[in-house]
Structures are given as structure tokens and as C-alpha cells.
Design a protein around this ligand. Structure first.
Ligand SMILES: CC(C)(COP(=O)(O)OP(=O)(O)OC[C@H]1O[C@@H](n2cnc3c(N)ncnc32)[C@H](O)[C@@H]1OP(=O)(O)O)[C@@H](O)C(=O)NCCC(=O)NCCS
Length: 166
């Protein structure tokens, strides 16, 4: 497997993998399947998006940075991130590869922090964070409802570049 920068031609694969995660009901509050056009719009944000190809050059995973409070100048170096791996390819290192590649691209662009939120029962995602230098910050209680039920969220962050200096 190898990670690389994504381009708009990858939107079909990214949407398919994202929709598997949405169907699983373990990764996100989102329940609406994403269209290819939804994903293509991410590229307008000009934030890093990476994909992981398997040995047959099929996209098996992706990680993307998304805007975080774009109305606040003080947060200009913070981005949200998400990472999804195709069901059939999970547990083989693609997620870790994607997060590392995303962190490298983000750091190179001057982003100093990646943040996200994870459902406490998403053990795979929490394990990926632990092995990817993504720190658990705390827990938002009752952060939203998924399928009508209140859900907590573990908040996580990974510092990058100049933010790592003491
Ligand atoms: C979470 C997800 C991206 C992880 O990607 P992955 O490719 O399966 O994970 P990796 O193989 O890179 O594993 C990374 C680490 O997590 C651990 N891990 C992965 N899946 C695990 C599981 N189900 N239970 C426990 N640990 C697990 C691995 O052992 C590895 O740890 P190590 O580096 O100490 O050996 C993937 O499971 C997925 O796409 N899930 C659905 C979408 C989702 O939940 N995304 C996150 C939204 S917040």
C-alpha cells in the first residue's frame, strides 16, 4: 500500500468508502449517503486530502482535512480531519498510513493542529489514534443524536510543526 495526494478523480472511490462508514453507524452522526459531487466540493477548500492505494492501485482508504471555524483568524492553522478505510481493507495499516500522510501534508502547509471527534464505542478509530500520535482530549457529553439516541464524543487532537515545540 502507498499513500498519495488525492485529486478530483478519486472522488468516486472516496464517496464509496465514506458511504460504507456512514452505513456502519459507528463512525459519524451523518446518515445521508454522500454523492460524488459532495466529495468534489471538498477539493474547493484547498486542504489536504490523501488516499491509500493497494498493490493493485485500488483506493482502499482516505484521510481528509476540513475547515475548522474559518470565521476565526486565531484558528487559521487548525483543521478537522476524518479517515475512512474500505470495509474489506480494514486492519491492515491503511488507516495509519492515511493519517500519517495527511499529517505530513498538513504540516507542510502550515497547519498546526488536526482535531476530530470519535464515538467512544469506535474502538478501531480510538486505536488508530493511539498509534498515530493523536491525543484524546476529553469527552463531549450528549454532543448530538444518532438515530434518535444521544451520543457522547471523544475529542482528539494531533499537534503538528511549530505547535510541537516546547
Ligand atoms: C478507524 C479506521 C479508519 C482504522 O483504519 P484501519 O486501516 O482499519 O486501521 P489500521 O490497520 O491502520 O490500524 C491502526 C491501529 O489500530 C488498531 N486497530 C485497528 N482496528 C482495530 C480494531 N477493530 N480493534 C482494535 N484495534 C484496532 C491496529 O491494531 C493498529 O494498532 P497498532 O498500530 O498499535 O498496531 C477503520 O476501521 C474505518 O474505516 N472504520 C470506519 C470509519 C471510521 O470509524 N472512521 C473514523 C471516524 S472518527
Amino acid at each position: 500500500m502507498r499513500a498519495r495526494s488525492a485529486d478530483r478523480a478519486d472522488a468516486v472511490s472516496i464517496a464509496a468508502i465514506y458511504n460504507e462508514g456512514i452505513e456502519d453507524r459507528l463512525a459519524t452522526f451523518e446518515t445521508r449517503p454522500r454523492t460524488v459531487a459532495d466529495i468534489e466540493r471538498w477539493f474547493d477548500d484547498a486542504l489536504p486530502i490523501v488516499v491509500v492505494d493497494d498493490d493493485a492501485s485500488r483506493v482502499v482508504g482516505w484521510a481528509a482535512a476540513h475547515p475548522y471555524r474559518p470565521d476565526r483568524e486565531a484558528y487559521a492553522g487548525i483543521a478537522e480531519f476524518s479517515v475512512y478505510v474500505a470495509r474489506a481493507a480494514r486492519g491492515r495499516g491503511a488507516g495509519r498510513l492515511a493519517v500519517e500522510a495527511l499529517a505530513q501534508e498538513a504540516e507542510a502547509r502550515g497547519i498546526w493542529k488536526l482535531v476530530s471527534r470519535i464515538f467512544p464505542e469506535n474502538v478501531a478509530s480510538l486505536a488508530l489514534c493511539r498509534s498515530s500520535r493523536v491525543r484524546e482530549v476529553g469527552v463531549y457529553r450528549r454532543h448530538g443524536r444518532r438515530d434518535g439516541e444521544w451520543r457522547d464524543c471523544v475529542t482528539v487532537e494531533r499537534l503538528l510543526g511549530e505547535a510541537l515545540a516546547d
